[in-house]
Write a protein that binds this ligand. Structure first.
Ligand SMILES: Cc1cc2nc3c(=O)[nH]c(=O)nc-3n(C[C@H](O)[C@H](O)[C@H](O)COP(=O)(O)OP(=O)(O)OC[C@H]3O[C@@H](n4cnc5c(N)ncnc54)[C@H](O)[C@@H]3O)c2cc1C
Length: 445
């Protein structure tokens, strides 16, 4: 038993070590909160770095995000976490420019201002009509007249939008946004995953448009996303350093191949005992639904892009003629810190693809020309990587705890909030176990 400064004996903690499988955002957040509360915690990370889909690369000398590059501001949790980690001064909003949509016919138009996931709050608004045409706006406005059913009555986001506002809104506005943001189709996207507040907003309103306006009013004024100067990947390093400073062990190259109620088995056969938190979507078994996404990050000289012809970027409808990419982020038109790092006329762009193009450099240049209409100079540097997004994770083993994409949550805002709530529950349970142990005179530990 440990000796206290006054010479008395304290019961050793009865808390088992917590084994966090996966050192991405979810694993790092929960491990850090546990470590700060005095829980013994080990992160087992299969790769040679922490962060998972919080990742960076040096492109033409500039360190930039290669996967997640922003976070939703709706619940304030990521900003609060960044501030706790000493990154508060580096929180940044994107520059105020619209995102654009490239329609099925190849026409470019700004995404309607008052929309969520491309769903317009006011189907008769001028920017909706110029995007989808007057006839389709009239169809969409029927949403105001027919009674709204409870959210459970709609199979998916696609089912909801088609029935309420018609196929025009679905294919021209919602599908490109869902494709760009979630790497899937609206028909495959459950409502709650599409927008966590949407089911409640539907219950509280008489139309889909009104629900959209409620969601927009509930989110912070201005942009619905924020980022970090230098890139959101900085969160991973800061989380890992703070967790380690509070006693968390981080083991890299530790691939978990088996999980049960007593602990984990590593690829080399070693068995570790402890309470398991699964923070790697493939650790509990192959995920039933995944989607690959290839991201190409390029730095190039293109003075025509100085005017940001597609605002912060463009979402591209499947089948748009002559375009392979599904989304473009014009990073140097979106983030002031990126623009400030590059000379005039030089730009940073990110294009995402369903499949790795045969000739990424030529495809990026051709797509950039087609999407923006700009003359594009030679690409100075290009970084290409294919990621796997988990759309539905394998269920955690009985009694197991899962966080992050392993728990079916996607996106940093939802993942951070849920991982922190999970940590508090584990800490609460451990505290009550300790209290019981202390009352009964201590435990072996
Ligand atoms: C291209 C792209 C762009 C994105 N953009 C955004 C965005 O702008 N905003 C946003 O909010 N979200 C974005 N996301 C999604 C967001 O990044 C993820 O939802 C989030 O980072 C997932 O965190 P996670 O910890 O759940 O999973 P991961 O980051 O996938 O972490 C899992 C970790 O577990 C490790 N691992 C896997 N198997 C094992 C094993 N068997 N044993 C041990 N370790 C294992 C992996 O190596 C990895 O480090 C984007 C994702 C991608 C790919």
């Amino acid at each position: 038993m440990p000796l206290l400064p006054d010479g008395s004996f304290a019961p050793a903690s009865s808390r088992p070590r917590v084994l966090v499988v996966g050192g991405g955002a979810a694993g790092l957040v929960i491990a850090r909160d546990l470590a700060r509360a005095g829980v013994a915690v080990t992160i087992l990370e299969a790769s040679d770095r922490v962060g998972g889909q919080l990742a960076s690369a040096r492109v033409d000398g500039l360190e930039v995000d290669t996967a997640a590059e922003s976070f939703a501001t709706r619940n304030g949790t990521v900003a609060a976490l960044a501030a706790e980690l000493g990154l508060g001064e580096d929180l940044v909003r994107p520059l105020e420019r619209p995102a654009w949509v490239i329609g099925a016919g190849g026409r470019a138009h700004p995404l309607p201002a008052a929309s969520v996931l491309g769903i317009p709050g006011d189907p008769l608004a001028h920017d909706v009509a110029s995007a989808i045409g007057r006839l389709r706006t009239w169809r969409a406005a029927l949403d105001r007249l027919s009674p709204l059913r409870p959210p459970e009555a709609y199979r998916s986001l696609g089912d909801l939008v088609r029935r309420r506002m018609g196929a025009g809104v679905l294919t021209e506005l919602v599908a490109p946004v869902v494709r760009g943001v979630y790497s899937t189709t609206p028909d495959e996207l459950p409502l709650a995953l599409a927008s966590p507040g949407l089911p409640d907003a539907l219950r509280a309103n008489r139309s889909l448009g009104a629900a959209v306006l409620t969601l927009r009013a509930a989110s912070a004024a201005g942009s619905q996303v924020a980022g970090l100067r230098g890139g959101v990947h900085r969160l991973a390093t800061a989380l890992a350093m703070d967790a380690a400073a509070h006693g968390a062990r981080i083991i890299l190259g530790a691939r978990v191949t088996g999980v049960d109620a007593t602990g984990v088995t590593l690829a080399d056969g070693e068995v570790l005992e402890g309470r398991v938190v699964i923070a790697a979507a493939s650790a509990a078994g192959p995920a039933p639904r995944t989607r690959a996404i290839t991201v190409a990050v390029a730095v190039l000289d293109a003075p025509d892009l100085d005017a940001a012809p597609r605002g912060t970027g463009a979402l591209i409808t499947s089948g748009a003629p002559g375009i392979t990419a599904r989304a473009l982020t014009h990073s140097s038109a979106k983030w002031a810190w990126v623009a400030d790092s590059l000379p005039t006329g030089r730009h940073l762009v990110r294009l995402s693809y369903d499949e790795l193009p045969d000739d990424p450099e030529a495809t990026v240049a051709a797509d950039l020309r087609a999407v923006t209409g700009a003359r594009v100079g030679p690409i100075r540097d290009l970084h290409v990587r294919t990621w796997t997004r988990t759309l539905q994770a394998a269920p955690a083993p009985p009694g197991g705890i899962a966080v992050g994409e392993a728990a079916g949550t996607t996106g940093l805002a939802g993942i951070v909030a849920a991982a922190r709530a999970r940590a508090q529950r584990i800490i609460g349970e451990a505290d009550s176990t300790d209290a019981k142990a202390a009352r009964s005179g201590g435990t072996e530990g």
